[in-house]
Structures are given as structure tokens and as C-alpha cells.
Design a protein around this ligand. Structure first.
Ligand SMILES: Cc1cc2nc3c(=O)[nH]c(=O)nc-3n(C[C@H](O)[C@H](O)[C@H](O)COP(=O)(O)O)c2cc1C
Ligand SMILES: [Mn+2]
Length: 479
């Protein structure tokens, strides 16, 4: 692995030419707007903000860390490849070999460079953005992890669940039902046992990535990270909570969860691109300890209208998972899977297959739409032939427009798995929606009579691009 903490990760990113450093930006809305501009573009740069308005030099924030294939590759130690499907394929291979590795508990960490207790704690010493004008507050926890321990089973979870500052030593957090942190939190709530919690607001992006993807129940994310790194992750035991905390973190708090004095939390933008869940009362954490490195760096990753940072890296990872699950379910000859980033890496799923028999396309679509990794909050599933790269939107839309006939090639599956974040469900109604399955493959029965495609062969195009592409598409146009 080429990095051991966020700072080394930033150096590597700078060396790849994918880092921009901006000085003098305002924490109030400007950092949020800049982050939106860069995350909307494919392979937009990571941005390191320094000398933020009202804050001392060195108190920094990194945004948009995981939205380029090069940087996702750096973070997961996977070669970025030439195309999206290359990366999905490489990650699929790598993922199968990952075995969780227990962490290495160490005594020392740069976190101990600055330690505050009780009334000396002031969360406003960090340049936490107000990301968007409609947000309910300043969100210090976006690329963060919330650390909790299961009171019965003992295992520790690191989950990315948003954190908003209420005052100098109080934060609010929101975990939706079913998430590991919520299951653990509710065990304390339901039995009246005191609940301690830690949170890390800055760390290398692999910690964030692990906190925000579906690492299986019962597997601590730090063991998954160890597996990805092929080496135990160094952690410390929190002095106040005893919880397992990344030793390489930048800013960490520990405290008590208070259930009986909830405060208003949200609204905050969701991955669908809306404020779908309104402001509500949520438990708070009274912070008892604050640790930070000298010149600390917040890792920021606000969700919001796609394409957003979380859509980019989760499309790669989730597409690989769906592909695996389709294979396990016995669907042959899947050639590619891609969740469009514009659908928040869930709502629009494209599968390409080499059609083998009648009904193959329908089988692929139904399995893709209902396998575990693809089932939650989907909408559209499009199946295309293997001459179409499912990650190239223009090609997918062209195939759909020319190879499907709406009257016969669209099926609806009703009453599927959705949830309160789904913007099409009326507030207060149950969490069910439907799937449209679009068979955009050439009709199987008369495939051989389908008009041939009007383009040069792939070999001719590749050879020509090799010869002339540099002059045509980059530089100053001179040979
Ligand atoms: C930037 C970002 C913000 C997120 N915010 C929340 C949140 O506020 N609440 C929540 O329940 N899930 C949130 N998620 C989704 C969870 O991180 C994700 O479902 C993860 O798998 C949860 O960890 P768990 O599997 O250990 O429960 C967010 C994800 C990302 C990428
Ligand atoms: Mn988990």
C-alpha cells in the first residue's frame, strides 16, 4: 500500500496530478459549492482547502477524494485500467481474495498531539463547512466514521453516518434503520444501558470507503481494511470509551450518547439528490474527549445531487458485487455490469450479456434487479448486448432507443424493496416501489436478421485511434 495516513494519500494524489489546493475559501457555502463543481465531473480533482476563512493556516479540509478511477485504484490498491469495466473486473478479482485481518493495537498515535477534556472541548475550532444553504447545520461528519460496539456480541462497527455540530461539545448524528450502527445503538436504547460512541472526522479515504460500503454484519470494518491492505491496520483503544479507533486519524471524539434529550437534526442532502428525509429529533452525543493531530484535516464527502463523489466509487464496487451475485445465481455470459452514477449508483442498472438462448436477457434483468446488492431502491434495469459497454451512457441509450420496442420490451415488477429516502414515495407511505425492466438486446428470435451496425470494425477504430488519436483529441493539434 502506498499510503499509511491521509497525508501520505494526499501526497500520492498530488504526485498523480489530481490534487488542487485552494486558499482563502469560506466554510460557509463556498467550500460546498466548489465541492459540487468538482464532483459533478468524471475524474474531477480532489481539493484540499487551506487558510479557510476565520481559521488558522493548517486547519484543512479535503473534499472529493474518491471520485476518480485513479484515486479509487490508489485507495484499494487495484490498477485503474483503461476503462470502467476494466476496473470493475479487477476489483471483482481482488475482492474475492480479501480475508479480514485483525487490527494491531498500538499505544501511540499523532492524535495525542492535542487532547482536550470536558469543558475545554470546542468543536468550532475546526473549519466545518455549512455545505449547502438548506442544510440544518454545519456537518463535520460526512467522510467520517461513527464507532460503536455491540453490547451483546462485542464486535465493533465503523459506519459512515452523518454528524452535525449542535454546540462546542455536542453533536447530533443520524443512522437509518437496519444499518449496523443503528442495530447496535438501539440495543443500548432498548435496555437502558449507557452507550459510548467515538467518531473520526478525518482519516485516509480507505477508512471512509470501508465505513460507507456494505461490509457484512459482524465484520468490523477495520478487519476488512486490513484485508484490503494485506496488513493489520493500526488502531488505538480510546481512553474514555475503550472503542477501537484508527491510529492514523486526524480528528477523533469520544462521548456518551444521550437518548432522552434528542435535538433537531437535518435536513441534509441525500444520495438520491433530494432532502427526502426531513428534519427530526435524533439522539445527541456529549463529547468527553477530543483528540487531534497538529494541523488537522477533515475528510469531507457531502452526498447530494448526482453525479456525486459517493456515486463514483460506489458504482465501481457495487457493480462488481452485482456481477458476482448474478454469476452465483447461474446467469451465464454476463459481460459487464454498471450502475449509472446519475442514478446515485442504484437507480439505473445496466447489464451487458452475450445472448445464448431465448429468455436469457429477461433472466439477467430479473436476477440483477432482485439480487441482494441490486435490490434496494432501484428503478430501471436495462439489458444490452455484449457489443455495448454498459458504462458508456450514449451507447446504452442508443441500444435502448434502437433495439427495444416499448410495447413488448418493458416489463414492470411491482412492490419491490424501497425505503423512506425514495423521492417518488409520498411521505408517510410504505417503502415499496416498482422496477422497469428494459430488454434492449436485439430480439433473440431474429437476431441474425437485425440490421448491421453502421460503423468501422473495432480493430480498425482501435488502430486508427492509436495512429491519429493523440493529434485529434489532445495537445495543440500538431503532429
Ligand atoms: C457520504 C456518505 C454519507 C452517508 N450518510 C449516512 C447517514 O447519515 N446515515 C446512514 O444511515 N447512512 C449513511 N450513509 C450510508 C452508510 O454509510 C452505508 O450504508 C454503510 O454501509 C453503513 O455501514 P454499516 O453497513 O456498517 O451499517 C452514507 C454514505 C456515504 C457515502
Ligand atoms: Mn458494518
Amino acid at each position: 500500500m502506498e499510503f499509511r495516513d491521509l497525508r501520505e494519500w494526499i501526497s500520492q494524489t498530488e504526485a498523480m496530478g489530481e490534487l488542487k489546493t485552494l486558499k482563502g475559501c469560506d466554510w460557509n457555502l463556498e467550500i460546498g459549492a466548489i465541492t459540487e463543481l468538482v464532483m459533478r465531473r468524471e475524474d474531477g480533482p480532489a481539493v484540499l482547502f487551506d487558510e479557510i476563512k476565520d481559521y488558522p493556516k493548517g486547519y484543512r479540509l479535503l473534499a472529493n477524494s474518491l471520485s476518480s478511477r485513479n484515486r479509487i485504484g490508489l485507495t484499494l490498491n487495484v490498477p485503474p485500467g483503461e476503462s470502467k469495466m476494466d476496473f470493475v473486473t479487477a476489483w471483482r478479482d481482488r475482492y474475492k481474495k480479501i480475508k479480514p485481518i485483525p487490527p494491531k493495537v498500538v499505544k501511540d498515535s499523532p492524535l495525542f498531539e492535542n487532547v482536550y477534556e470536558e469543558k475545554d472541548i470546542d468543536l468550532f475550532k475546526f473549519p466545518t463547512p455549512k455545505w449547502d444553504e438548506h442544510d440544518g447545520g454545519r456537518y463535520i461528519g460526512t467522510g467520517s466514521i461513527d464507532i460503536t460496539q455491540d453490547p451483546d456480541e462485542g464486535w465493533i462497527n465503523w459506519g459512515t453516518y452523518r454528524v452535525m455540530i449542535h454546540d462546542e461539545n455536542t453533536v447530533g448524528f443520524y443512522i437509518s434503520p437496519g444499518k449496523h450502527g443503528r442495530i447496535q445503538r438501539d440495543k443500548y436504547l432498548n435496555t437502558g444501558r449507557p452507550c459510548k460512541m467515538a467518531m473520526s472526522f478525518g482519516h485516509d479515504p480507505l477508512v471512509f470507503l470501508a465505513g460507507s460500503i456494505e461490509v457484512p454484519y459482524g465484520v468490523p470494518e477495520y478487519e476488512f481494511i486490513g484485508g484490503v491492505r494485506d496488513e493489520a491496520l493500526e488502531v488505538i483503544k480510546g481512553e474514555y470509551s475503550g472503542l477501537t479507533i484508527p491510529a492514523n486519524a486526524e480528528i477523533v471524539v469520544e462521548g456518551d450518547v444521550i437518548f432522552d434529550a434528542p435535538r433537531s437534526e437535518g435536513p441534509f442532502g441525500e444520495w438520491t439528490g433530494y432532502y427526502a428525509s426531513a428534519e427530526r429529533h435524533e439522539p445527541i452525543v456529549k463529547i468527553k474527549r477530543l483528540y487531534h493531530r497538529n494541523n488537522p484535516i477533515i475528510l469531507g464527502s457531502p452526498p447530494g445531487r448526482p453525479p456525486a463523489e459517493l456515486g463514483w466509487y460506489r458504482s465501481y464496487l457495487r457493480s462488481a458485487l452485482i456481477w458476482d451475485e448474478m454469476e452465483k445465481a447461474g446467469v451465464p455470459d454476463v459481460k459487464g455490469v454498471w450502475l449509472m452514477v446519475s442514478g446515485g449508483s442504484r437507480l439505473v442498472l445496466v447489464v451487458s450479456i452475450k445472448q445464448r438462448y431465448p429468455g436469457h436477457a429477461k433472466q439477467a434483468a430479473v436476477v440483477a434487479s432482485q439480487c441482494h446488492a441490486g435490490a434496494y431502491l432501484g428503478r430501471y434495469v436495462i439489458v444490452v448486448d455484449d457489443d455495448i459497454d454498459p458504462s458508456v451512457t450514449d451507447d446504452v441509450i442508443w441500444a435502448m432507443a434502437t433495439r427495444s420496442d416499448p410495447a413488448t420490451d418493458i416489463d414492470i415488477i411491482r412492490r419491490c424493496w424501497s425505503g423512506p429516502l425514495d423521492p417518488i414515495i409520498q411521505p408517510g407511505k410504505k417503502g415499496l416501489n416498482s422496477r422497469a425492466i428494459i430488454d434492449a438486446c436485439r430480439p433473440f428470435e431474429w437476431m441474425s436478421e437485425f440490421p448491421p451496425v453502421a460503423e468501422s470494425s473495432r480493430e480498425v477504430l482501435q488502430a486508427t485511434a492509436k495512429k491519429w488519436g493523440k493529434i485529434l483529441f489532445s495537445g495543440n493539434g500538431k503532429a
